[in-house]
Design a protein around this ligand. Structure first.
Ligand SMILES: Cc1cc2nc3c(=O)[nH]c(=O)nc-3n(C[C@H](O)[C@H](O)[C@H](O)COP(=O)(O)OP(=O)(O)OC[C@H]3O[C@@H](n4cnc5c(N)ncnc54)[C@H](O)[C@@H]3O)c2cc1C
Length: 422
């Protein structure tokens, strides 16, 4: 009996486990793809294996609102098993390598898996360690350093602004690409408005690594006015490289000179990088992002590999809104090529959106596509800061995410999804 047991364990450990569809990452993109494949009747849950090491699914767009004092952190976190489609197979060891020639995935625990179709959706990793000293001060509850790019440090930001008694606030923004390129400035405007309402004396400085306030001219003009009106001092081409006790050190991007800036509160945003295994598996572009066709989302070299979301090479701003637009196109193209032997349709034009809080009650909804071209849904409300758009972002988007997206029923700006077959 005992021998038979060992035999079974041995047989399991040497067998390569096969899945028809393997999805790497159970974040916004991986979850949305799985949910839509099932909702549209393309797959049953047991045909899908999701590789996801985290126990919690995070609604990251909520973290700006948490840091800005508008939202409860608990509303941004849900146990993974509650949001993943019922009966999909989950592997919780991180993926370490793909062998695309053999259709094989390897995980950290040494297990190997094979697939017919592979969707790479592993997001982009926040790399706080690229800023010397950042972790030490972020982790110290008594230090006035926070970041909305982590749920713990987002709550800390909320507390620090609540307790702030006056002085100098410094905000940083790293080199692109990062997830939600607008978030580093949303928290500037939200914090400014909170302190203004409390009648506190303060001085705000916003240090950006790039030379522009925003990449789309129409919104850049509006945001420049916002900064002037709110007396926010913008400093361009300045990259945060080190944090010390109440001192931030910036590197000038032209001269490479280092400058020490004192602060009473520092909000920092970490540089961000794709998972290393993408490049190590021969799937990456020059920067290590999964190299897919910008309009079909199919891998440039391997026809049964697809990618979307933050880890993909798609040259658009990395947002959940972009994922909502990409998912139905990826699902459709995957099914067309796999089940019907047809060519993928090049229909993704880079749609993305960035809802920029400009105060505790207003928002500028930026929507654009490839080459920073405008692609607006509500142009009337998008030429200035809007209260209506504020409530859409604060209350409706999170509701649609948790109620519809996780069930494959949310099409982003297309609204509620009914069946959208291949
Ligand atoms: C502060 C902040 C504010 C934002 N604001 C907005 C906003 O207002 N609007 C908007 O649309 N978007 C916003 N975003 C961006 C949005 O959250 C992301 O674009 C979106 O989550 C991308 O989805 P994704 O699935 O590609 O990545 P993620 O949601 O990050 O998921 C990636 C998943 O892959 C998993 N993974 C990583 N490596 C491996 C591995 N080796 N093996 C297996 N699994 C792995 C991770 O654990 C994770 O669960 C914001 C993000 C932040 C941080």
């Amino acid at each position: 009996m005992i021998k038979l047991h060992y035999l079974r364990v041995y047989a399991f450990s040497i067998r390569q486990v096969h899945s028809q569809i393997a999805i790497l990452g159970g974040g916004t993109a991986g979850l949305n793809v799985a949910a839509q494949l099932i909702a549209d009747g393309h797959a049953i849950p047991q045909q899908i294996r999701i590789f996801e090491p985290m126990k919690m699914h995070t609604y990251q767009p909520g973290w700006t609102m948490v840091g800005g004092g508008l939202y409860d952190i608990n509303k941004t976190l849900q146990p993974m098993e509650k949001v993943l489609p019922k009966n999909v197979i989950v592997s919780d060891s991180p993926v370490t390598k793909i062998n695309p020639e053999e259709n094989q995935i390897q995980t950290f625990d040494g297990q190997k898996y094979t697939y017919d179709q592979l969707v790479v959706a592993t997001g982009i990793r926040t790399d706080f360690d690229q800023i010397k000293g950042a972790r030490k001060y972020l982790e110290d509850p008594n230090s006035p350093v926070a970041s909305i790019y982590h749920y713990k440090y987002a709550s800390k930001m909320n507390r620090l602004v609540d307790e702030f008694e006056g002085g100098k606030l410094v905000f940083s923004e790293p080199q692109m690409p990062i997830k939600c390129g607008g978030a580093p400035q949303k928290i500037v405007y939200l914090s400014q408005d909170r302190l203004r309402k409390r009648g506190i004396k303060f001085d705000i400085h916003f240090y950006k690594t790039v030379a522009l306030i925003f990449g789309v001219p129409k919104y850049a003009e509006i945001l420049t006015d916002v900064c002037q009106r709110k007396q926010i001092n913008c400093h361009f081409k300045q990259k945060l490289v080190e944090v010390q006790d109440h001192i931030a050190i910036f590197e000038d991007q032209d001269t490479k000179e280092l400058k020490s800036v004192t602060f009473d509160l520092l909000h920092l945003v970490p540089p961000q990088v794709p998972a290393k295994f993408i490049a190590a598996s021969g799937l990456g572009d020059a920067a290590g992002f999964c190299n897919v066709h910008p309009n079909t989302l199919q891998h440039i070299k391997y026809k049964n590999i697809w990618s979307l979301g933050d880890c993909s090479s798609l040259p658009t701003s990395k947002t959940a809104a972009a994922v909502m637009a990409q998912t139905p196109i990826l699902v459709k193209n995957l099914i067309r090529t796999w089940k019907k032997g047809l060519e993928p349709i090049p229909s993704y034009q880079g749609y993305t959106s960035c809802p920029i809080f400009t105060s505790q009650s207003t928002l500028l909804l930026a929507e654009f596509k490839y080459n920073s071209e405008l692609d607006e849904t509500f142009p009337i409300f998008q030429s200035n800061e809007s209260r209506l758009m504020f409530y859409l972002k604060k209350d409706f988007f999170p509701f649609a995410y948790w109620q519809f997206m996780v069930k494959g029923l949310w099409g982003g700006r297309d609204g509620f999804r009914f069946f959208k077959g291949a």
